[in-house]
Design a protein around this ligand. Structure first.
Ligand SMILES: [Zn+2]
Ligand SMILES: [Zn+2]
Length: 168
């Protein structure tokens, strides 16, 4: 979805209000798919901070579904990110960190949203703060069942310790 900045750059308007639902269904992070359950909502305003530098202040909100970082069970979460970003600064790209490349005198709101979303992602989504994850040995989901891998590891360590004492 392209947003034309010409009305700002020609100073026809002081600002452009944005209230859009870009058509973005999913993205991914490190191979984990993130699906947007409902259309993401992007709203805020575009305005000039210098003659040809355009700023975008706004909010991105929505809800997503992905896999728990530890146990891989489905997780649903709402998100709401406030942002202040320079979106257009021809010839001044070194002064400003643009998160999406402008196309002529327009910005691509889809690309902007996807990059902004990635920048705001937490380290990992969890089904629960106390999620016990999967057993690294047998893959059992430790939230719902138990396995005896951990016991065996402890037994092995104990056996090694006993051997050490024997040697002395
Ligand atoms: Zn989990
Ligand atoms: Zn196990």
């Amino acid at each position: 979805m392209l947003k034309d900045l010409t009305p700002l750059l020609t100073k026809k308007f002081e600002e452009i209000r944005i209230d859009e639902y870009p058509d973005i269904k999913s993205t991914d992070r490190g191979g984990d798919e993130i699906v947007f359950i409902e259309p993401v909502h992007l709203f805020g305003r575009l305005y000039r901070i210098e003659d040809d530098v355009v700023f975008f202040s706004g909010t991105l909100e929505g809800s997503l579904k992905t896999a728990c970082h530890r146990c891989l069970e489905p997780v649903e979460e709402e998100f709401c990110y406030d942002f202040d970003e320079v979106v257009y600064a021809p010839g001044k790209e070194d002064d400003y960190d643009l998160i999406a490349e402008p196309e002529g005198e327009s910005i691509d709101l889809d690309e902007f949203v996807l990059n902004l979303f990635q920048l705001n992602l937490p380290a990992g989504f969890l089904c629960d703060e106390d999620c016990k994850g999967l057993c690294p040995v047998c893959g059992t989901n430790l939230n719902t069942s138990q396995c005896s891998c951990n016991d065996e590891i402890i037994d092995q360590r104990f056996a090694m310790l006993k051997d050490l004492f024997k040697e002395q």
